[in-house]
Write a new protein. Structure first.
Lengths: 94, 376
């Protein structure tokens, strides 16, 4: 199945909004795609953990522990980049 | 005489369950409480435990089978060569399922009080003496009259609906029962300056480029090291003996949606700090993703629980079975100081020993001479 960066962006943003809303009704309409999510304070550790678990499941990824770092998953943009890179590698090897 | 292990009811809406895994084979010896199978419904996964010790004589189902609640899953016998009954052993009392079948002592106590099996709520898989005693005490206090033999609810209770416990609720009940009846729980607490831990955690986060604040994981690892250095912390009581665990299995509470798990990092004393944090992170993701395996939530020897996320000023946790300490972490209070408490088994540890351990735990630096304590 083909997925686009825009579709992934919308998906991740919607999940972040859901989690931020559930944890206290934060307004994240101004959240930039390259903002470091843990540093914004919009999501607590439990919400970030839930975001990572959702991301892995939603996009059928099998994350290694060393993948879960700020460089790969720290912002909406980095999550998109990591996913696209991962899918390209997978497509090439299949 | 062989006894049947029956398929338990996991929730009200499912009259059958799917067998996911069988963890024993005929000829295996099991102890009461051992997990023998994993089953699932549309909503949850549950564990089936042996109700008594014995040998597995025969298994009446296979993985992926859809089986009716109450049907025989396997037979246990006192000897490995005992004959397997031809027909399933149906409960001999109408309305009695494997959930509320009384133990022999409970049955005697029911007769003594003139009660029916259906009068008494069950806290575990079988109706126990403590269930009967609790009901009798409640009836005495509230003047609740026993139910009629047609199964109508006891009079004197406010209106309500009875439902079976979920697997998680039943697990919590067992923990509480152990805590109440077998341990001698006590609680102490120290206040401390959280800044050293916050700074240590921030530096660790930056160095390892972490997504999640590792402070609680680092705190848990410090507890592992303290339990390694002081084996009495990593112990329990068996009979009249002190039982010292060989390795430290660190239990850590994880709240996933509305379910509270105690995930367990096994042999944590053999890990370095980074490996421990990685292992604990993996278990947390399994719990949140609903993929926690049976062995990942069993066998804790020490434990840590935090309610900092819920902004409470204090919480006094219950002891997990066969642990002598559960450390309680809360976030900084209004005065900026934080608290570390511990529920401990007073049969194993003294308040002095636990308070000394908590003072060491309040700093990330093992060589610190005098941990900073809270304001007077």
């Amino acid at each position: 199945m083909t997925i686009t960066r825009d579709a992934v962006r919308e998906g991740i943003r919607a999940k972040v909004i859901e989690l931020a809303t559930r944890r206290g009704g934060h307004d994240i309409s101004n959240l930039a795609d390259d903002e470091i999510l843990p540093a914004t304070g919009l999501l607590d550790s439990a919400a970030i953990l839930e975001l990572v678990v959702w991301y892995e499941s939603e996009y059928n990824l099998s994350l290694r522990e060393e993948d879960i770092n700020i460089d790969n998953l720290g912002s909406i943009n980095s999550m998109i980049d990591f996913l696209m890179s991962h899918r390209s590698d997978r497509d090439r090897s299949s | 005489m062989p006894s049947a292990v029956r398929i338990p009811r996991v929730n009200n809406n499912d009259d059958s369950v799917k067998v996911v895994r069988l963890l024993v084979t005929p000829g295996n010896q099991v102890a009461a409480g051992d997990v023998v199978a994993e089953i699932e419904t549309e909503k949850s996964v549950a564990l089936v435990e042996a109700e008594q010790s014995g040998y597995v004589l025969a298994i009446a189902c296979s993985p992926n089978d859809q089986v009716a609640v109450g049907s025989v899953m396997m037979w246990l016998g006192a000897a490995a060569d005992e004959a397997v009954p031809d027909a399933p052993a149906d409960p001999d009392v109408p309305g009695v399922t494997s959930f509320n079948e009384p133990t022999a002592k409970a049955r005697a106590l029911l007769q003594q009080h003139g009660l029916s099996v259906r009068d008494v709520p069950v806290s575990g898989r079988r109706l126990s003496v403590s269930d009967v005693e609790a009901y009798v005490a409640l009836r005495h206090a509230n003047r609740v009259q026993p139910s009629a033999s047609d199964g109508t609810p006891p009079t004197g209770l406010a209106a309500g609906t009875a439902r079976p416990f979920t697997v998680e609720e039943r697990g919590m009940l067992r923990t509480i029962t152990w805590h109440k009846e077998q341990a001698t729980p006590a609680y102490v607490e120290v206040e401390y300056d959280p800044k050293p831990w916050q700074e240590y955690s921030a530096a660790y986060t930056a160095e390892h480029r972490l997504m999640l604040d590792p402070m609680l994981s680092l705190l848990a690892y410090r507890l592992v090291k303290l339990a390694t250095d002081a084996p009495k912390i990593n112990a329990t009581v068996t009979g009249d003996r002190l039982y010292l665990y060989e390795h430290v299995n660190l239990g850590f509470t994880v709240q996933a949606n509305e379910i509270l798990y105690l995930v367990v990092v096994r042999d944590a004393d053999l890990m370095n700090e980074a490996d421990f944090i990685s292992a604990l992170g993996k278990l947390q993701r399994h719990a949140v993703g609903g993929k926690l395996r049976v062995q990942e939530s069993q066998g804790a020897t020490v434990a840590l629980s935090s309610m900092a996320r819920w902004d409470v000023s204090r919480h006094i946790p219950i002891l997990s079975p066969y642990t002598s300490i559960m450390v309680a972490h809360t976030g900084p209070r209004q005065n900026g100081w934080a608290a570390l408490g511990a529920t401990y088994d007073h049969r194993v540890l003294t308040g002095f020993e636990v308070s000394q351990m908590l003072k060491k735990l309040s700093t990330p630096h093992p060589d610190a001479q005098a941990p900073t304590l809270g304001p007077k």
